[in-house]
Structure formats: structure tokens, C-alpha cells
Design a protein around this ligand. Sequence first.
Ligand code: PAF
Length: 288
Amino acid sequence: MQTLTTNAATSQFIRSCPRPLGLVPTMGALHEGHLALVRRARDESAFVAVSIFVNPAQFGANEDLATYPRDMERDLALLEAEGVDLVYAPTPEEVYPRGFDTWVEPGALAERLEGASRPGHFRGVATVVTKLLNVIAPDRAYFGEKDGQQLAVIRQLVWDLNLGVGIVAVPTVRDSDGLALSSRNAYLTTEQRAAAPVVYRALSEARSLWLNAETDAESLRLAVRHILEAEPMLDEIEYVSVADAVSLVELDQVGGSAMISTAVRLGRTRLIDNVMVGNVPQEPDSAF
Ligand code: PAF
């Protein structure tokens, strides 16, 4: 496994690599969710690249950039064990050198939900993902369904800017009690960790209601809220959404497909999760 830190060396290195090339973009602090992306990429690619970069541009001023978990040594050992070919781990100066002045600004899709709670977040994600795709030029890039809106924004980005890469969505990996794996789960205290599965329980209840023919979106939102509000450890419910799975516009009725999602705060930790219902768009090359 090769580890490179500069754009020039990385672009040069991948020029002679076997294809297809699968890229898994990460911010490190790897867990089984990331490893599921890597394994899927390994299954489908002749060459697997993983990027590790805690992207300052996607953190708000009051967010956890400084404390975001970092453990490069452990990450590299995990990736080596998965048979990864290349790790691209640039410094912030390599990605945003002095004089950097061009941003990728996603549209309305990025203003809702996470975008409303975290202004500028998806601009940072779209910009860094565009740069990673340009440096590594993968045939496919792998993203987790856990960040459902990020996935939608990236699909739209690839389509809008003709980036010519297949976007592959990989199902959320959960602990046995349902909590979606996230690097930020490391912030939870023991008591908060015990309460956290309420998020998936609430979303699963909405999905069960939908499976039992409840199509009124507000009833589904209320069902999620009802379960979340019964958990005293939750400090805040930022949003509960039942939105069209592609446009992320809030629905009145769930006809075709929908993303049911929520963001909550448990102490200083912000947790997001979602479940999809209906015919979810997931073919890898839909972005072309
Ligand atoms: O999902 C993440 O870890 C990040 O948002 C990504 C896609 C690596 C961009 O920094």
C-alpha cells in the first residue's frame, strides 16, 4: 500500500494503475462503515484508493474541526489489512494552498435539512469531493447512505458538472442496537451512547407505519418526533423530515420514494440518520 500526500505524486502514481479504479473518500477515524465502503470498492475494482482528509471547509465556525477524531496510524493499518492500494492523505495546505479561490456551490438540494442546520457545509463537501475526483480520477466513488443528503448532493454535482464518475451508495452499517456507525459516536458518554439507538428506533417506526400503508408524511414525522421526545437524554431535535428521495423537498404524501431523516443533539454530539422507503434511486451509473 502506497501512502502519498501531494497532488502531483498522486496523479502521477494513478496514471499507470490498473482500472477500474475505485475511490473511497473519508475523513479518517475509520470504522466498520468506512470498511464496508472499502470492501465494496475492493470487490468491484482492480485498484482501490482511499483518501483521508479532515476537510476544514465543511466545518462551521462553531463545529468540531479541532476535536474531530484523528488516528492516522490506526487508519493506515486498517486499510492495509483490507488490501487498499493507495492512500491519499494531503495536508490542508495541499488541498487549499495560498491563493485558492474557487468553490463549488451546490444548489437548492444543499440548502435543506443538513444545509439549513450547517450553512456552507455542502459547499465545502462539494468543493473537496470535486478536487479529490480530479486528483484521483476514479471510475467509481463510494459513499455511505448514512449521509443521505451528501449522497444526493454528490450525485447532482457529478451530473451537473459532467464529472464522469459512477457514484456507488453503500448501506449504513449499524451497531447491534441499531445506532448508525459514525466517527462522532466516539464523543458520546456511556449514558448518551445507551440513549442513542432511539434515533434509529424512531426512524424504523416511521418506516413500519409506511409499510402498513401510512402515506401521510406529517403523521410519519409526528411518529418519529413522538419517540424521540420520549427520550430524556436528547437535548434537541433539529429536524424530522419526510422528503422526496431525490429532490429532498418535504412531502405531503409519500407516493414513490422518500427519505425519512432526523438530526438530534445528545449533549455536544450531533447525530444524523435516515431510512429510505419506496423505490430508492441507487444504480451506480445514474449520475452519467
Ligand atoms: O463523508 C465524509 O466523510 C466527508 O464528507 C467526505 C465525503 C469525505 C468529504 O470530506
